[in-house]
Design a protein around this ligand. Structure first.
Ligand code: ADP
Ligand code: MG
Length: 387
């Protein structure tokens, strides 16, 4: 039996040792918890800062047993944690979010069915898992984006297709795995909403974030008043809460949306964990998404977050560690940190690779104009395109 509140001093466990796990570990430790990370990589960003690091595979029975033995409750930091592993942990420990919610978020077809059940509109789509389904696809869905139902992230596992022939070739190129074909929509903006929901059903939210992607990877998140029209903002908050309620979700959930050029809101996908687009909360809000992840897991009260500064986050990918000629370099941190209101977060990854998420830079300030100006200056110093 899990006590109503897991008090500081107990150990909180996390499946996965990436940067999200690392920031969870830091937030938990700040509140006096001990932490345990299960991740096979001995150098994992979270494993290196956790009290316990169990360096086994995610389905290793002995590793899972050790994680359960030391942890009072367990959460996850990436959506592809095998649902079977979460089920086995849940036999003896509180696991939040639950395996069923994670399993839905792992599969685009199940996810879209859940959104539809909750009354939230998706892009028009069809599931393609067989030649018959491929042949039956409506021409209405073209041009479209073919996405594998499982294991896609940062634009991977996706192909843009204009015609039936391209669609057939793309599906075969993806080895005929189960996919969804989504109609390509005219986007005005991409936004995301992060909520935290407790075991008692209480649900709090952060302000919707405006996101800019480059090459399929989040590049910039901007969060300040009047950055987005109010109608989709309000609709996205209500939709996210109904998606979380419908899953009986416990923990932090992020849902991504498209705002279309005609103003309509369309849901894209969800992540059963804190999200890259919520990293600004660490410096711009009175509680961060990781603080709320700790609170939700421990059964502590979830207070509505208050954003105390306009914020922009710049993602720092491994490309910044290379010159145009591919020689290794160190980004100009002293010059960046000379700009007031810059907060550098690096994840302690040993090796920089192009496209790898190495850290992020949060920018806060007294006014939207100051934050935008500082963010553009920081981007220029780092060699990032203006936004
Ligand atoms: P990932 O799991 O890689 O984040 P997404 O489904 O979010 O995959 O797609 C990546 C990006 O591709 C989105 O952020 C958006 O810019 C673009 N995109 C995805 N689906 C559509 C769509 N139906 N219409 C237009 N653009 C889309
Ligand atoms: Mg996405």
């Amino acid at each position: 039996m899990t006590p109503a509140v897991i008090q500081p001093g107990a150990t909180l466990g996390v499946m996965g040792g990436g940067q999200l796990g690392r920031m969870f570990v830091h937030a938990a430790q700040q509140m006096g918890y001990f932490t345990a990370v299960l991740d096979p990589d001995p150098d994992s960003p979270a494993g290196r800062v956790s009290h316990h690091h169990i360096a086994t595979g995610y389905e290793d029975a002995a590793g899972l047993a050790r994680l359960a033995a030391v942890s009072a409750a367990i959460t996850t930091e990436f959506e592809n944690v095998p649902a079977t592993a979460l089920h086995s942990l849940a036999a003896t420990r509180l696991v939040a979010p639950g395996a069923d919610a994670v399993a839905i978020a792992q599969d685009r077809a199940l996810e879209k069915a859940h959104f539809t059940r909750c009354g939230v509109a998706c892009a028009p789509y069809a599931v393609i898992a067989s030649e018959a389904e491929l042949a039956a696809v409506s021409a209405e869905l073209l041009p479209g984006i073919l996405k594998t139902t499982r294991l896609g992230y940062d634009g991977k596992g996706q192909v843009r297709v204009q015609t039936r022939d391209e669609l057939a070739a793309a599906w075969r190129g993806l080895k005929g795995v189960a996919c969804v074909l989504e109609k390509m929509l005219p986007l005005a903006a991409e936004i995301s909403v992060i909520v935290a929901r407790g075991r008692d059903g209480a649900c709090v939210h952060f302000a919707p974030q405006r996101n800019v992607h480059r090459d399929g990877i989040l590049a910039v998140t901007e969060v300040y008043e009047e950055n987005l029209p109010s109608a989709p903002v309000n609709a996205s908050i209500l939709a996210t809460k109904s998606i979380a309620n419908g899953l009986n979700y416990v923990g932090v959930l992020c849902v991504e949306y498209f705002v279309l050029q005609d103003g309509r809101l369309v849901v894209n996908e969800m992540a059963p964990r804190p999200h890259n687009s919520g990293h600004y909360t660490m410096d711009a809000c009175d509680v961060s998404q990781f603080d709320l992840q700790v609170r939700a897991l421990a059964g502590l009260p979830l207070t509505p977050p208050r954003q105390h500064s306009p914020a922009i986050m710049l993602n720092l990918l491994g490309d910044l560690w290379f010159t145009g000629g591919d020689a290794p370099m160190t980004p100009p941190w002293p010059a960046v940190l000379a700009l007031p209101g810059t907060h550098l977060h690096l994840y302690g990854k040993v090796e920089a690779r192009r496209g790898r998420k190495m850290g992020h830079l949060n920018i806060t300030g007294a006014s939207v104009a100051a934050v935008c100006d500082t963010a553009q200056r920081a981007a220029a110093l780092l060699g990032l395109p203006p936004f």
